[in-house]
Design a protein around this ligand. Structure first.
Ligand SMILES: [Zn+2]
Ligand SMILES: [Zn+2]
Length: 381
C-alpha cells in the first residue's frame, strides 16, 4: 500500500465514534469483504485487511489515542502487514459470541492437532556418517488408560451433547446467512462427561514416559533438525498428534575432525618413512586402509582420499578423507642409530634439503641486511 487511508475513513465512521460504532462498522465491512465470500477478489481482500487493521487500532484505547494525535506515524509498531490468517485468528476470539464471530474461526474449526515436541539427540561421528537407529525416551501426553481417552470414569461413558447433537457447533440464522458458532454447552467437543475419570480428571490424557525408535539418516551434522510427523503432543480427540522435532548433536571424535562432508585425520609418521617413502595403514570410516607416502614427504603435507568422507545428507555424493602427516623426530636414539645419523649428516653436508636451503638463503639475506644496518648506525655514533 503506497498511501494509507485514514482509519476512520476506512471504516466510514466519524472521529467521535464510540467503540460500539467502530465494532458495528467493522462487522459490516468484514462481512461484505470476507475472502470466503469473495474468492479471488483482490479488491475485496484489500478492503477486508484494511478494515481489520483499522479496527485493530481504533478498538484499542491506547492505539486510538496515538493515532488521533500522530496519525499512522504514531503506530510504527502497528500491525501494518498482518496476513489474513493472522487477522482472522486475532479476531476470531473478539467476536466469539457475535453473530458472525465464528466465521473467522471457520478455517480452524474442529479438533485441534497436538503441539510439536522438540528434543535433542546426541550421536557420535561414526553414527552420523553411517546413519543409525536410536531409541529415544521422552515425556508426552498419551490417551489415559483408565478411560481409553474418553475422560469419563470407568464404567460410564461420555454422552453425546444434547445441545448440539454431537456436532460441536450450532447453526444460527441471521437474515440471509446461516452462521455456525461453537456449541456453548460442550465447548465444541460434541460430548459431555457427567462423571469424569479420576486418573486424568476428565481430560482423557496422562503424561507418560514413552520410547520411540528413530532412524537417523547418514550425513547429519550438529544443528540439523529431523522431523517425525505425528509423534508430538496429543491433539484433541480425532485430531492428529503434533510433530516430533529432533535436534542432532554430533560429539567430537578422537581421530577424525569433520569439515563439512570431509574428514581430516592427523597421522604421525617416522622421519625415515617421510624421507624414504612408505606404505602406511590409516584409519577410515570403513576401517583400515593402505596409503602410499612418497619419498621426501614433508611434515604437514595432506593426502586426499577421494570419497572416503561423510555421505552428503541429501544424497549428493560423499566427502573426502584428508590425511595430514606429521613427521615425528625420534627423541631417543640407540648408539647404532646415532652413529648412522651422524654419518648421514656428514654425507648430507653437500646436499641440503630443498626447503631448508631456501630458508637458509633467506636467512643469509636477512643477516646481511641487518649487519649493514648495524654498521651504519655504528658509523653515525
Ligand atoms: Zn482417564
Ligand atoms: Zn454441544
Amino acid at each position: 500500500m503506497a498511501t494509507k487511508r485514514d482509519y476512520y475513513e476506512v471504516l466510514g465512521i466519524r472521529r467521535e465514534a464510540t467503540l460500539e460504532d467502530i465494532k458495528k462498522a467493522y462487522r459490516q465491512l468484514a462481512m461484505k469483504n470476507h475472502p470466503d465470500r469473495n474468492p479471488g477478489d483482490a479488491e475485496a481482500e484489500l478492503r477486508f485487511k484494511e478494515a481489520a487493521e483499522a479496527y485493530q487500532i481504533l478498538s484499542d484505547e491506547g492505539n486510538r489515542q496515538k493515532y488521533d494525535r500522530y496519525g499512522h506515524a504514531g503506530l510504527q509498531s502497528g500491525p501494518a502487514s498482518a496476513a489474513p490468517e493472522d487477522i482472522m485468528s486475532a479476531f476470531g476470539e473478539i467476536f466469539q459470541n457475535a453473530f458472525f464471530g465464528d466465521m473467522f474461526g471457520q478455517r480452524r474449526r474442529g479438533p485441534k492437532p497436538g503441539a510439536d515436541l522438540a528434543i535433542k539427540l546426541e550421536i557420535d561421528l561414526l553414527e552420523a556418517a553411517k546413519g543409525v537407529s536410536k531409541t529415544i525416551t521422552m515425556n508426552r501426553g498419551e490417551p489415559c488408560r483408565s478411560c481409553n481417552g474418553s475422560g469419563a470414569r470407568k464404567g460410564t461413558v461420555a454422552t453425546t451433547c444434547t445441545y448440539c447433537g454431537g456436532q460441536g457447533q450450532v447453526i444460527q440464522s441471521r437474515g440471509f446467512f446461516q452462521v455456525a458458532t461453537t456449541c456453548p454447552a460442550c465447548g465444541g467437543e460434541g460430548m459431555r462427561i457427567a462423571d469424569p475419570c479420576p486418573d486424568c480428571r476428565g481430560t482423557g490424557r496422562t503424561q507418560e514416559k514413552v520410547q520411540l525408535d528413530v532412524e537417523v539418516p547418514p550425513g547429519v551434522d550438529t544443528g540439523i533438525w529431523l522431523q517425525i510427523r505425528n509423534q508430538g503432543e496429543l491433539g484433541d480427540p480425532g485430531a492428529p498428534r503434533g510433530n516430533l522435532r529432533i535436534q542432532i548433536h554430533v560429539k567430537p571424535h578422537d581421530v577424525f575432525e569433520r569439515r563439512g562432508n570431509d574428514i581430516v585425520c592427523q597421522f604421525p609418521i617416522h622421519f625415515s618413512q617421510a624421507a624414504l617413502g612408505a606404505e602406511i595403514e590409516v584409519p577410515t570410516l570403513d576401517g583400515r586402509e593402505k596409503l602410499n607416502i612418497p619419498r621426501g614427504t614433508q611434515s604437514g603435507e595432506v593426502f586426499r582420499m577421494r570419497s572416503k568422507g561423510i555421505p552428503d545428507v541429501n544424497g549428493r555424493g560423499r566427502g573426502d578423507e584428508l590425511i595430514e602427516v606429521v613427521v615425528e623426530t625420534p627423541r631417543h636414539l640407540s648408539v647404532r642409530q646415532e652413529e648412522l645419523l651422524r654419518e648421514f649428516a656428514e654425507l648430507d653436508h653437500e646436499s641440503v634439503m630443498p626447503r631448508q636451503k631456501s630458508f637458509f638463503e633467506k636467512l643469509r639475506g636477512y643477516f646481511t641486511e641487518s649487519d649493514d644496518a648495524t654498521t651504519r648506525s655504528e658509523e653515525k655514533s
